[in-house]
Ligand binder design. Structure first.
Ligand code: KG4
Ligand code: ZN
Length: 338
């Protein structure tokens, strides 16, 4: 079965082709340069640029895969969560192709795409504990079985990637900030600036990053002469520690032995290293996607869609884009057993 996947939830336009769940092509057109001057994604500009990129990106994905639209057996596109104007471009294009070709269409949850991006490397057993950390999301999930997810905890304010982006802006590192911060932090002393490891009282698996940004600002006021590398390394370490300890608490609560860490922030080297150390200490297996599949891409959407299409499922062409799309109900660790 040949599946075309389309992703346009934020500022990357992606198209990918899979054959029986294996990647044949995965094309992403980045809008980084468009949003750079604003230090963040401007939704209206993102939607307009998706319109410019979507058809050439699909054409390139088909060409790289060595197939044509006539070979495609099913179409998957992200339906949420994300920016509605952006989502609509990919979703409407997918539905139009499905209608014209008379092939089934499925709408995919972007977060499920991130979690399943690991499976493009090989089979992933359930249950697993998943941490999705990106520019728009920071949450912990329990994947009990195929297609069955619960939310164990989520950020109360900023996402981890958003915290990186805002801090990078404060430090004049440009947008997107995560990668720039990682580079700036190289060789820096992570203990140079004292920053908090935020916890949410009474909700052990929830996260909060907005205070960290304020603490960084105050720290900069107090230590004006600290080298940039030390500041960046200290901020990065605070985020890494906070995420690692949240996953450690989730392992204790769920008894998970398989941990998936994914989303744009999972491209961060120090985060990957620290998660690997923690997983080894806890006797768990850590799975992280290769770098190219950490950030938004369409292969992960095509994959999540293919699993449903292969079971004979499809969605009606009336399916709409949604900004908020929870992957599952909120659960406490104690409710998962039995
Ligand atoms: O998954 P993604 O491409 O888009 C969303 O769904 O949000 O994630 C983008 C986020 C941005 O906030 C970016 O700063 C962050 O991922 N990011 C990183 C790194 N590379 C990307 N954060 C930390 N370290 C990195 N190397
Ligand atoms: Zn994403």
């Amino acid at each position: 079965m040949i599946v075309l996947g389309i992703e346009s939830s934020c500022d990357d336009t992606g198209a990918a082709v899979l054959r029986d769940g294996r990647e044949l092509s995965n094309v992403v057109a980045s809008q980084e340069a468009v949003h750079q001057p604003f230090g963040g994604v401007v939704p209206e500009l993102a939607a307009r640029n998706h319109i410019l990129h979507i058809v050439p990106v699909i054409e390139r994905a088909l060409e790289h895969a060595g197939v044509t639209l006539a070979d495609v057996d099913g179409i998957a596109a992200t339906r949420g969560p994300g920016l509605v104007g952006s989502l609509l471009v990919g979703l409407c294009t997918a539905k139009a192709i499905a209608r014209r070709r008379g092939v089934p269409f499925v709408g995919v949850n972007h977060i499920e795409g991130h979690l399943l991006s690991i499976e493009l490397e090989g089979p992933l057993e359930r249950p697993f504990l998943g941490l999705v950390v990106s520019g728009g999301h920071s949450a912990l999930y329990w994947a009990a079985a195929d297609g069955s997810y619960a939310v164990l905890g989520q950020t109360r304010d900023d996402a981890a990637g958003e915290a990186f982006d805002k801090a990078a802006k404060l430090l004049g590192l440009g947008y997107p900030g995560g990668r720039a911060m990682e580079e700036a932090a190289r060789g820096g002393n992570p203990d140079a600036m004292r920053l908090p490891r935020p916890r949410v009282k009474g909700a052990e698996l929830d996260l909060s990053f907005s205070g960290l940004k304020t603490a960084l600002w105050q720290g900069l006021e107090r230590n004006r002469d600290l080298p940039l590398a030390d500041v960046a390394a200290s901020f990065q370490r605070a985020i890494v520690d906070t995420l690692v300890e949240a996953v450690r608490r989730a392992i204790a609560g769920t008894g998970a032995t398989r941990i998936v860490v994914t989303g744009g922030v999972s491209a961060n080297g120090p985060l990957r290293d620290a998660m690997a150390r923690m997983a080894a200490e806890e006797g768990a297996t850590l799975l992280v996607p290769p770098l190219k599949r950490c950030t938004d891409n369409a292969a992960m959407i095509a994959y999540a869609g293919w699993r449903r299409l292969a079971r004979g499922e499809s969605d009606p062409l009336t399916l709409n884009a949604v900004a908020e799309l929870p992957l599952g109900p909120r659960r406490q660790c104690g409710e998962l057993r039995g």
